[in-house]
Design a binder for this molecule. Structure first.
Ligand SMILES: Cc1cc2nc3c(=O)[nH]c(=O)nc-3n(C[C@H](O)[C@H](O)[C@H](O)COP(=O)(O)OP(=O)(O)OC[C@H]3O[C@@H](n4cnc5c(N)ncnc54)[C@H](O)[C@@H]3O)c2cc1C
Length: 466
């Protein structure tokens, strides 16, 4: 079990302590086995670029920028260890999904921007796959597709409209519509009402992936310091001063690649209030036997996402387990780096898996964990300069940041170089995002939104059997 439950802790604050954080691991982190983090920062110096946060965003940016500028001193500071954050906890879908839901993106941003986002994400999936193949990352990558699934007739009607929209926009090239009987034939579950099969989606082991990126960045000459939290940022006319508990670095430019943890970053309120962490939880089964796999079909081992508002996501693992996540998402008032266990969410994931597949009713759940995704009011990600062009922030990736953050590394490197490119023209770059300035209102708003989305799901699923 990943967490020691302490539900009454929900509203307490705690100073970030890397030693306690490391006890809370995802399935991928646990499976990775022994990991030796790099030593923390032990001296003060001047660097060209400092990147805060060693997840997919930070490490891709560092590697790309260092390749462009072999003589530059490029430093990554990580508060915990590489892969501690969402990059080492996620479900590992390398997907073209963007923002919250296609319908929401359409409503808020319109057709043209939705089309452009799709093109960027398509590039991101290809970029991630090429990176893995070219550098022979051992991150269990499989390019075996995604199934978007509905359970009820109401959800299916909505999904049909989404599919129609994809067709109208001409972004359905890898998609096929499948009705109830076809889906049930492929996946042996009475609960599936129909869906969309997409071929251009990959899946990977995120912890292996982020640590392979660490090695790649280091091989190019990037310096990475772990268990080194940034505790203060100060702007002077000539440099940006970054403080850690024991030493300082003066940098020409910095990148804040802390995603869901950015509310804790010790800089301007303008940076901290751009997003909020939303917790999502996952469970993983024991490895299934061949007979169990035969009983549920699923021969091509695709990833799955349903079209509920509180979506579930599920996928097989390389060693024959099933991961089930989502179904709920929770806003807490604690700092995001503090783990909050949610037994109710884990029970829900297990029950949902067994509702889909009663064939697995006796299958054991081996491990449970959770992680924060970064959400914002605009419901799409952003890459922005903060106050001046020396500070670049990236966040708001929702639960769809695996491929996105890989390509964002290239985009941010272009910004650091001062280059305009096709990537920096993407409309999430330097857009004006809405600030979530009041912590209390954000918390209450998050809870209210959760209630509304749950009610929507209940309404659409009211005719389903329990
Ligand atoms: C449970 C879960 C499931 C998900 N599933 C998927 C999925 O299947 N597909 C998909 O596309 N996306 C998924 N996502 C989203 C995806 O994982 C993220 O969008 C992506 O990993 C973000 O990467 P990042 O590098 O920006 O942030 P992170 O990986 O979170 O990295 C930020 C880093 O900053 C560090 N940090 C924080 N504060 C400081 C400080 N003061 N000083 C120094 N370092 C600091 C943190 O320790 C952390 O390592 C999921 C997310 C979660 C949580």
């Amino acid at each position: 079990m990943a967490f020691t439950p302490s539900p009454d802790d929900e509203n307490k604050n705690m100073t970030v302590d890397p030693r306690t954080q490391l006890e809370n691991k995802s399935f991928w982190q646990r499976n990775y086995g022994a990991y030796s983090p790099n030593p923390p920062l032990t001296e003060s110096f001047k660097a060209d670029v400092v990147i805060i946060g060693a997840g997919f965003t930070g490490l891709n940016t560092a590697w790309q920028f260092k390749q462009d500028n072999p003589n530059a001193r490029v430093v990554v500071l990580e508060a915990a260890i590489v892969g501690f954050g969402a990059s080492g906890r996620n479900a590992g879908f390398s997907t073209k999904m963007f923002g919250l839901e296609p319908e929401m993106v359409l409503l808020r941003w319109g057709r043209q921007k939705m089309f452009e986002a799709h093109q960027y994400l398509k590039k991101a999936v290809a970029y991630t796959r090429n990176l893995i193949e070219e550098h022979q990352f051992q991150s269990d990558y499989q390019h075996n597709g995604l199934v978007r699934i509905s359970y009820s007739d109401k959800q299916l009607d909505r999904m049909k409209k989404t599919y129609q929209l994809f067709q109208e926009l001409g972004i359905d090239d890898d998609m096929t519509w499948r009705d109830r009987s076809q889906v049930q034939q492929d996946f042996h579950s009475d609960q599936f009402a129909g869906g969309i099969y997409e071929t251009d989606t990959g899946q990977l082991d995120p912890c292996k992936q982020v640590r392979a990126l660490k090695k790649l960045a280091e091989s190019a000459g990037v310096e990475i310091y772990e268990t080194t939290p940034v505790t203060h940022i100060e702007r002077t006319a000539s440099v940006i001063l970054i403080e850690t508990p024991s030493h300082k670095i003066a940098a020409d430019k910095i990148v804040v690649a802390t995603n869901a943890y950015s509310r804790q970053i010790p800089d301007t309120r303008r940076l901290q209030t751009r997003q909020y962490p939303l917790w999502t939880y996952q469970v993983v089964t024991e490895p299934l036997t061949e007979a169990q796999w035969d009983s549920i079909g699923w021969k091509n081992r695709q990833s799955f996402g349903d079209n509920r508002q509180m979506l579930h996501y599920f996928r097989p693992t390389a060693d024959g387990r099933i991961i089930m996540g989502g179904g709920d998402a929770i806003v807490y008032r604690t700092e995001a780096m503090r783990e909050v266990p949610s037994p109710a969410s884990w029970d829900h994931c297990e029950a949902h898996l067994k509702w889909i597949y009663p064939q697995l009713r006796n299958t054991r759940i081996d491990y449970r964990w959770g992680g924060p995704v970064s959400v914002n009011v605009d419901m799409v990600p952003e890459i922005s300069f903060i106050n001046d062009e020396r500070v670049i922030y990236s966040g708001g990736c929702f639960g769809h940041g695996v491929a996105l953050t890989h390509l964002n590394g290239r985009t941010i490197a272009d910004l650091l170089n001062g280059n305009k490119s096709e990537l920096t023209d993407f409309w999430i770059v330097n857009r004006r995002s809405i600030s979530l300035s009041s912590d209390t209102l954000t918390f209450l708003g998050g809870r209210l939104a959760r209630k509304a989305l749950r009610a929507w799901d209940c309404w659409e699923e009211r005719k389903l059997k329990a």
